[in-house]
Ligand binder design. Structure first.
Ligand code: ZN
Length: 687
C-alpha cells in the first residue's frame, strides 16, 4: 500500500484516505513545502484543517513523520481518527506501558508506521533512538505557541525542541498553531531555529460560529438563557466556560437539577475524575461540560454545537480559542458571551496581580471593547488578528438586530446625581439601591435614604439599571475607581449631562424570555427534536447516529471519529443505497467505506422501506404496503390500525397535555409512533 501511494499526488491521497476531492485554502501549498523539504510556520484557526497539512506529507514521504503534541488525550483522538481512515499511526507517551513502548519502537524501525505522536518530554529521551534507528521524514510541532513565553499556554518542556534542527539538520520542521500574535510568531521561529521558514497564515474567520453577547444579565437570566440554548440543541454537545471553580460547580449542579446531562471540569479536581469527564464528553455520554479554562486544549471533538462564556474571558486570544472549539466540522455552532461589571472588576484584579500587568490590562481592554461593541463583532475579532474587514457578517447579534436607541438623558441624570450626592463613595450595587429606594441596613447607616435622589428610579427594574450603568461606563459618563473599593466617579463629560448641557441616547435592552423554553420542551416530547432537520429525516438521522455510536463503542473511538456530523447529514440528504454511492459522500475514504459502509447502507435501505409505509399511515389512507408489515405492526402494537374513538381522542389530548411523551403514549394506546404523532397532529396538539 505505502509503496503504491508514493507515486500518487496529494490530491489522490486526500481522496483515497479522507474522501474529499478538494483541499481547503492553503493546505496544498503547505503540503508541497514539506514535500520539498522546507521548514514552515502554519497559522490556522482551529477547525481550519491543520492536521491534514502534515498527515498527507507523512503518507507521501518515505519514512516516519514525528508529531509533537502537548497532550495525551489530543494524541489519542488524532491517532484514532487516522486509524479510522486506515492509516498506521502510534503514540509514545506516558499512557503506554513498557511492552507497548517496545512494540511501537519495533514497528517504527520496521517502517510499519507512518505517523508517530510523541510528547515533547518523551521526544527528548527518545531523540538518539530516532536519530540512529528510525527513518524520520518530517517533524510536525502542534500547538507550537506553547514554546513562547508570550503565548498564553507556555510550556517549559517545549523550549527543548530548539535542539531538533541541530540533531536533524536535513529534516524539515513544520510548526503549527491556532493562535499567535506578531511577537509569538517570531518567537516560535527563533526558538525552533527554523531555517528560512515559509509562513502560512490562513484567515481566522470562522463564519459558521455565531457571535452573541448578553450584557448585564443576572444569574437567573443567565441560567434561563443557557437552558434555552441547551433546548435548541437536544442531544448535541456544548461547553460552558466559567471563571472560577466555585462557579463551575454551582452551575453544573443547577443544570443537573434541570435534568441536563452535565459534567464539571476544573483544575481542582483529581486527574482521574477530570479524565473521566473529558472522556464522557468526547464519547457523547454527557451532553454539556461546565469548565474553567483548564478544559479544552486536548479537545478535538468536531461536533460541539455551542460554546457559552458564563463570564468575560481575560483576552481575545483565549476567547477565540475557546469558541473555536465549536463547529469544527464546519456546521453551524452557537456562541454566547455573558458580560457584566463584576467580571471586569475581578479580571482587573487578576491582571494587577499577574507578572505582566501592562500586557494583561491591555488584553483585557481589548476584550472589553469586543463585548461592548456596537458594530459587527466578527469585524472586531478579525481586525484584532490583523485581518482588515469592514463588512457585516450577518451572523452576530449586532448584525442580526442592530441596537435601537431612546432618549435616556433623564435616566442618566438621575443616576449621575445619585452618585454625586454620595460624594462619589458608592459602587454599582449601592447606586442601584439608592435609585430603587431600597433601604438596606448598610445604606441607611450611611444616611443615603435621606438623599433627594433616594427612590427616583423606582420604576426601572434593578437589572435594567445595571445595564444602563454599564452603558454609561462604556460611553464615558462614569469611571470605576478600581483602587478605591470600585467606587463610581462622574467624569467631566458626565457632569455636562447633569447640568443639562448634553443629551444621551441609551440602547434598548433585550431580555431573554421563559416562554420559549416551555414551548420547546413540548415539541421535544413530541419528538420534533431538531429545528434543522424536519420530521422523518430526523428519524433517519437519529438511527444513523445510534449506529455510529455502536461502531464507535466497538472500536473504542469517539463517535465523530467514525463519521462526522456533517457526513451524517449528507447521508440523510443523499440516502446512498450502494457502496459506490456511499463512497461518493465527501468525508468517507476507502477504509471507512470498506469497514462499515455496508452497515450504513443496510440501515438506510431498511428506513426507506419502512418510511414509505409510515408516510401513507400519516395521511390515514388505506395502507398499500405488503401485508407482512401490517401484520408485524399488529403484533407489536395491539391497537394498530384500529379506528380512534372519541374517548381515545380525549384521553390522548389530556395525557399529552399532562406531559406524557410519545413513547409513553405508544405504550398506553398500544399504537406505533407514527400513529400517535399523526393523531396528535390531527387533534392539533402538534404542529
Ligand atoms: Zn456581524
Amino acid at each position: 500500500m505505502i509503496k503504491k501511494i508514493a507515486m500518487q499526488t496529494p490530491l489522490d491521497v486526500l481522496k483515497l484516505y479522507y474522501g474529499y476531492s478538494s483541499f481547503r485554502p492553503m493546505q496544498e501549498e503547505i503540503i508541497m513545502s514539506a514535500l520539498h523539504g522546507k521548514d514552515s510556520l502554519v497559522l490556522m484557526p482551529t477547525g481550519g484543517g491543520k492536521s491534514i497539512c502534515f498527515q498527507i506529507p507523512a503518507l507521501l514521504l518515505d519514512g516516519i513523520t514525528v508529531v509533537i503534541s502537548p497532550l495525551i488525550s489530543l494524541m489519542k483522538d488524532q491517532v484514532d481518527a487516522l486509524r479510522a481512515n486506515g492509516i498506521q499511526a502510534e503514540t509514545l507517551n506516558s499512557a503506554n506501558n513498557e511492552t507497548k513502548d517496545r512494540l511501537v519502537r519495533q514497528q517504527c524501525m520496521d517502517g510499519k508506521i507512518k505517523l508517530l505522536y510523541i510528547s515533547p518530554e518523551r521526544l527528548m529521551t527518545e531523540i538518539d533512538w530516532l536519530r540512529y534507528a528510525v527513518n524520520v521524514s518530517l517533524f510536525a510541532i502542534d500547538e507550537a505557541h506553547c514554546i513562547s513565553q508570550w503565548g498564553h499556554d507556555f510550556r517549559p518542556e517545549y523550549v527543548q525542541l530548539g535542539v531538533l534542527h541541530e540533531c536533524f539538520p536535513n529534516i524539515p520542521v513544520m510548526a503549527l498553531t491556532a493562535t499567535a500574535d506578531k511577537v509569538t510568531k517570531s518567537d516560535i521561529i527563533d526558538r525552533l531555529h527554523l531555517k528560512e521558514p515559509l509562513l502560512f497564515v490562513s484567515s481566522f474567520d470562522r463564519p459558521n460560529l455565531s457571535l452573541d453577547v448578553r450584557r448585564g444579565y443576572s444569574a437567573k437570566e443567565k441560567l434561563q438563557t443557557i437552558l434555552n440554548i441547551i433546548d435548541r440543541h437536544p442531544q448535541e454537545s456544548g461547553i460552558i466556560y466559567c471563571m472560577t471553580r466555585k462557579e463551575t460547580e454551582a452551575l453544573s449542579q443547577r443544570l443537573c437539577a434541570e435534568k441536563v446531562s452535565v459534567g464539571a471540569y476544573h483544575a481542582g479536581m483529581s486527574m482521574t475524575v477530570r479524565n473521566q469527564v473529558q472522556e464522557n464528553f468526547l464519547k457523547g455520554r454527557i451532553q454539556v461540560v461546565v469548565a474553567t479554562v483548564a478544559f479544552g486544549m486536548g479537545i478535538d471533538k468536531s461536533n460541539v454545537r455551542f460554546v457559552i462564556h458564563y463570564n468575560l474571558p481575560k483576552s481575545i486570544e483565549s476567547f477565540y480559542q475557546e469558541i473555536g472549539r465549536g463547529g469544527r466540522d464546519g456546521l453551524p455552532a452557537e456562541t454566547v458571551l455573558f458580560f457584566n461589571l463584576q467580571d471586569l472588576i475581578t479580571l482587573r484584579k487578576f491582571a494587577d496581580e499577574s507578572g505582566q500587568k501592562e500586557i494583561n490590562h491591555e488584553k483585557l481592554k481589548r476584550m472589553q471593547e469586543y463585548a461592548e461593541a456596537q458594530v459587527c463583532r466578527r469585524r472586531i475579532l478579525l481586525n484584532y488578528f490583523g485581518e482588515i474587514n469592514d463588512c457585516h457578517c450577518g451572523n452576530c447579534d449586532i448584525c442580526k438586530a442592530p441596537p435601537t436607541y431612546f432618549d435616556g438623558t433623564i435616566l442618566v441624570q438621575k443616576a449621575l446625581s445619585a452618585i454625586l450626592r454620595t460624594d462619589e463613595t458608592v459602587g454599582f450595587t449601592m447606586t442601584i439601591d439608592i435609585l430603587r429606594g431600597m433601604p438596606t441596613e448598610n445604606l441607611v447607616s450611611k444616611g443615603f435614604h435621606l438623599l433627594k435622589t433616594f427612590g427616583v428610579g423606582r420604576d426601572v427594574p434593578a437589572g435594567d439599571w445595571k445595564d444602563y450603568l454599564l452603558q454609561m461606563l462604556q460611553m464615558g459618563y462614569i469611571e470605576v475607581a478600581y483602587n478605591e473599593d470600585n467606587h463610581l466617579k462622574v467624569t467631566e463629560m458626565g457632569k455636562q449631562v447633569v447640568y443639562g448641557r448634553k443629551s444621551v441616547e441609551l440602547a434598548q435592552i433585550q431580555h431573554e424570555t421563559k416562554t420559549k423554553r416551555k414551548r420547546r420542551r413540548l415539541q421535544q416530547k413530541a419528538g420534533q427534536e431538531d429545528h434543522v432537520i424536519p420530521d422523518h429525516t430526523q428519524i433517519l438521522y437519529e438511527r444513523l447516529r445510534a449506529l455510529r455510536k455502536q461502531i464507535a463503542e466497538l472500536f473504542e473511538w469517539s463517535d465523530y471519529v467514525v463519521l462526522s456530523d456533517q457526513v451524517l447529514r449528507l447521508l440523510v440528504e443523499k440516502q446512498p443505497v450502494t457502496i459506490e454511492e456511499f463512497a461518493d459522500i465527501p468525508g468517507i475514504g476507502n477504509y471507512k467505506c470498506r469497514t462499515f459502509g455496508g452497515h450504513f447502507i443496510h440501515l438506510i435501505k431498511k428506513f426507506q422501506q419502512e418510511f414509505q409505509t409510515q408516510k401513507s399511515e400519516d395521511k390515514e389512507e388505506p395502507v398499500q404496503t405488503p401485508i407482512s408489515y401490517m401484520e408485524r405492526q399488529k403484533q407489536l402494537h395491539a391497537n394498530a390500525y384500529a379506528p380512534w374513538t372519541k374517548e381515545d381522542d380525549e384521553r390522548l389530548t389530556a395525557l399529552y397535555e399532562e406531559g406524557k411523551t410519545v413513547k409513553e403514549l405508544m405504550e398506553i394506546f398500544q399504537r406505533n409512533r407514527g400513529a400517535i404523532r399523526a393523531r396528535l397532529k390531527k387533534l392539533q396538539c402538534l404542529e
